[in-house]
Design a protein around this ligand. Structure first.
Ligand code: SR1
Ligand code: MG
Length: 422
């Protein structure tokens, strides 16, 4: 593809426009007129095509100059594709085998040609269908620990980390979406907000009048905007994960930037807790008790694997400029390094709960809802799932410093879920 002025691809134009890309021809076969193209993007922002040829298949993801969910009244720069490409490269290096392979990147056309993951399915769809995936907790615990530890000053050479900090600092507009949509809009009557109404109206009014909650949400926003601790995925929800029983892959890191470790972990756990609260809306073919238990087990295991792997990396790969070994292990003070690790993990834990709380709120009160709740057609039933999730989110955000273990959080989730049953 030689043209430089951006033009959105279509199912019809794709073979002609990309037929000359060697990396694509190699995978699909030379006769681009025989390629079969489908547009499958169901996310909020981009075009996604699956292209199949005689030899194989690939995915072509192209950014649009606006937010797809809203339309061209909300312009959004194409450069998000550049950040996604660079984030995928770093994630592959830090957690090999966890993201799709990249075959080609065209910055001017804001497109990435990447591995077609098959028979992988979006994790969120599997959780809605009630499928218990055996590998995800282990895989996601490792993914978060490895990418978040290895992208930080605990591990990287400070020159490289500062160069990356500068590179990703330009992802201003996508950070802006998170800053508004996650931390601010849910807590007032922002124009694009929506919620299940009138069922949730009284609870929504209560949350928007909740001073402690608003102060906490703003503390978390401050942290998000100022704690440039590591390279985040930035949008790590169950719609950004593709799975089979054997494998887990993380996709879509276009929101990547330097922020607090706890943000990715909190967003991820929040999406499992939302899946948990939504199960009651998906019981048309039988009880989801087993699925509910599985989802809570999964959050506990993700946290435990994250903690374990992060601690292992702390002990074996702490090569960055922070908590230098010369102050600890090298002078016989391994205990000092352990003390620092404990304190760090404790801070990550508290902020993880806070970020999880606001993520739950924004998916029920803001612009971008999730399918776990949205696919529950009966509005009364949907509201009966969303209301306890909102209360749980409020409890996490406001009490994040008073909750000491993941078991405590999950007991609380179970309690709130039970209490809310008719
Ligand atoms: C306007 S974009 C809305 C949401 O979609 C993305 O997946 C992010 O989660 C963002 O907040
Ligand atoms: Mg996305």
């Amino acid at each position: 593809m030689t043209q430089t002025a951006f033009e959105a691809l279509t199912v019809e134009s794709l073979p002609g426009r990309l037929g000359g890309i060697a990396a694509l021809v190699e995978r699909l076969g030379e006769d681009s007129s025989a390629w079969k193209v489908r547009e499958v993007g169901d996310g909020n922002l981009n075009l996604v095509f699956i292209v199949e040829g005689s030899k194989g298949a690939a995915v072509v993801k192209q950014a649009l100059p606006y937010v797809r969910l809203v339309g061209d009244s909300w312009p959004l720069p194409l450069k998000r594709s550049f950040f996604e490409y660079h984030a995928l490269k770093r994630q592959e290096a830090r957690a090999p085998g966890t993201v799709p392979a990249i075959y080609h990147f065209d910055e001017a056309q804001a497109l990435i040609v990447m591995e077609f993951l098959s028979p992988h399915i979006i994790l969120r769809k599997e959780l809605i269908a009630g499928r218990e995936l055996p590998r995800i907790a282990e895989d996601l615990g490792l993914f978060t620990a490895r990418t978040l530890f290895r992208g930080s000053d605990f591990h990287m050479a400070t020159r490289d980390r500062k160069a990356d900090l500068a590179l990703f600092a330009d992802n201003v507009e996508l950070c802006g979406i998170t800053e508004d949509l996650v931390f601010t809009d849910p807590y007032f009557e922002a124009k694009l907000n929506r919620h299940t109404s009138p069922q949730l109206d009284p609870l929504v009014a209560e949350l928007r009048a909740d001073r402690d909650l608003k102060v906490e949400a703003q503390r978390l926003k401050h942290l998000f905007a100022s704690k440039a601790e590591t390279l985040l995925h930035g949008d790590l929800h169950t719609g950004s994960i593709m799975v089979t029983d054997e494998e887990t892959r993380v996709i879509d890191p276009e929101f990547a930037f330097y922020g607090p470790i706890a943000f990715d972990v909190g967003m991820l756990l929040a999406n499992f807790w939302m899946a948990y609260f939504s199960q009651r809306g998906h019981e048309e073919n039988g009880s989801r008790d087993s699925m509910r238990a599985y989802l809570l087990r999964t959050t506990a295991e993700i946290w435990s694997v994250f903690r374990g792997e992060f601690s292992r990396l702390w002990r074996t790969e702490r090569t960055g400029m922070l908590y230098h070994r010369s102050l600890f292990e090298d002078r016989g003070d391994a205990l000092g390094a352990e003390q620092a690790l404990d304190r760090l993990l404790h801070e990550i834990w508290e902020d993880t709960l806070g970020f999880a709380g606001v993520e739950i709120h924004r998916r029920i009160l803001g612009l971008a809802h999730n399918a776990d709740f949205e696919t529950i057609e009966d509005a009364d039933l949907r509201a009966s799932c969303e209301a306890p999730a909102l209360k749980f989110g409020r409890h996490l955000a406001v009490n994040c410093r008073q909750i000491h273990s993941i078991e405590e959080v999950n007991n609380l989730a179970a309690l709130i879920e039970k209490e809310s049953r008719p």
